[in-house]
Design a binder for this molecule. Structure first.
Ligand SMILES: *Cc1c(COP(=O)(O)O)cnc(C)c1O
Length: 403
């Protein structure tokens, strides 16, 4: 994988004509209009179906930069082809639109990324789809929910709030037998740690905004598809005018080159932080499949090649000012959304009514943590600083305020 990451998605001299050199990085090509050299060439290109048009026809269908990124992702994910999107969310929603016809039944993991849940509940239902959320992460439990019109099972594994791990092999085997498509959000793992299509998934969607771009400076999505799903997803993407900026795609390609080494660092730091947090009296629970007590631990060990940097933990219930002292006391961790960049982040997860959230013991504050690339000792020290500030608040500041 490390060697592939450094070589994939380059272009042959033919692709970069008229400058026939072998550059290490593909050229960044921005375009709307692409000229044809003759009427016959024009007619030839125009005759192709939109999603089969060569990337050299019109900018919205992509440029050589798009081709380079999409072919790299297809290689890494073991896919027939990949399709880029202007955001991870667009990759998720357009894949669902493509594979869940009006009136069909869609099953979705309960811990799914919140905006995808909203899309399913608000938009798919407007199209006459029935959407059902499930918490079983085993195949038998999901198969019991199959209906004659079930079209798609949508997995997010591990779920990005409480990190449940689906038994992907078993689930996709049951789906295949029933003629149901499986779409899986692979953002947490990236193809470095997990390749969904090798486990029977039809479409692996990702927010390339996160680990692939890796530097918190662009928004990008991608769907890696097997041959049967590709035509449908590509057609829907074309119809909706989905495209991504060559500048962002270039950043995505650049991010891929260091993805392997970054993932190892993110994962190692996350493991250290998870164990350190688990030993703290302020922490009721650590939600990460790397923890032996986590319900997804066995499946994670069997399926994944390692851990990424994202997990969550539950702080015991406390008044808001005390919680604020923890967050505000952090100097290295930033407070913010997203993850996958080089910088460490924490964010409070609003207590919601999804079952995944209710599963967290008690009613403490769920905090999502993204381990960045800083020295792990500094990260541990920073959390210690947060806890010190928090505990200080409880003994002195709070007492002072009460007085
Ligand atoms: C961020 C995220 C998305 C959406 O990606 P954007 O690029 O922000 O649109 C989808 N799924 C998961 C799991 C994510 O973390």
């Amino acid at each position: 994988m490390d060697t592939v990451l450094t070589r994939t998605g380059r272009l042959s001299p033919r692709d970069t004509a008229p400058v026939a050199c072998s550059y290490v990085n593909p050229p960044l090509v921005r375009a709307s209009t692409v000229l044809a050299s003759s009427l016959s060439e024009w007619r030839e290109r125009a005759a192709l179906p939109p999603h089969d048009k060569p990337a050299t026809n019109y900018g919205r269908f992509g440029t050589p930069t798009t081709q380079a990124f999409e072919s790299a992702i297809a290689e890494l994910e073991g896919a027939h082809r990949a399709i880029c999107f202007p955001s991870g969310l667009a990759a998720c929603t357009v894949s669902l639109l493509a594979l869940a016809p009006p009136g069909s039944h869609v099953l979705m993991t309960d811990s799914v990324y919140w905006p995808v849940r909203e899309f399913a509940e608000q938009t798919l239902t407007q199209l006459g789809c029935t959407v059902e959320f499930f918490t079983e992460i085993d195949a038998a439990g999901i198969a019991r929910r199959f209906r004659p019109n079930t079209a798609v099972v949508y997995l997010e594994s591990p779920g990005s709030l409480t990190f449940e791990v689906c038994d992907v092999d078993q689930i996709s085997a049951r789906c295949r037998a029933a003629g149901i498509r499986v779409v899986m959000d692979n953002t947490w793992a990236t193809p470095v740690l997990f390749r969904p299509l090798e486990h029977g998934v039809d479409v692996s969607v990702q927010s390339a905004t996160k680990y692939i771009c890796g530097h918190s400076d662009c928004i990008l999505g991608v769907a890696a598809c097997n041959a049967s799903a590709w035509r449908e997803v590509a057609t829907m993407a074309t119809r909706f005018g989905q495209t991504a900026s060559p500048d962002d795609l270039y950043q995505g390609l650049r991010g891929l080159r260091t993805l392997g080494v970054r993932m190892r660092q993110h994962g190692a730091s996350a493991v250290t932080l998870a164990h350190w947090l688990a030993a703290r009296p302020e922490v009721m629970q650590v939600c990460s499949p790397v923890m032996e007590r986590h319900p997804g631990h066995a499946a994670w060990k069997r399926l994944y090649d390692g851990a990424s940097g994202v997990f969550s933990f539950v702080l015991r219930p406390m008044p808001e000012p005390m919680l604020a002292r923890f967050f505000d006391g952090l100097e290295v961790f930033g407070i913010g959304l997203s993850w996958g960049g080089f910088e460490s982040l924490v964010v409070p997860v609003p207590s919601g009514d999804t079952l995944a959230m209710r599963l967290t013991e008690g009613r403490g504050q769920l905090v999502r943590i993204a381990a960045g690339l800083e020295a792990v000792d500094d990260l541990v020290q920073d959390l210690q600083r947060g806890f010190d500030a928090m505990n200080d608040a409880s003994s002195f500041a709070m007492a002072a305020r009460a007085a």
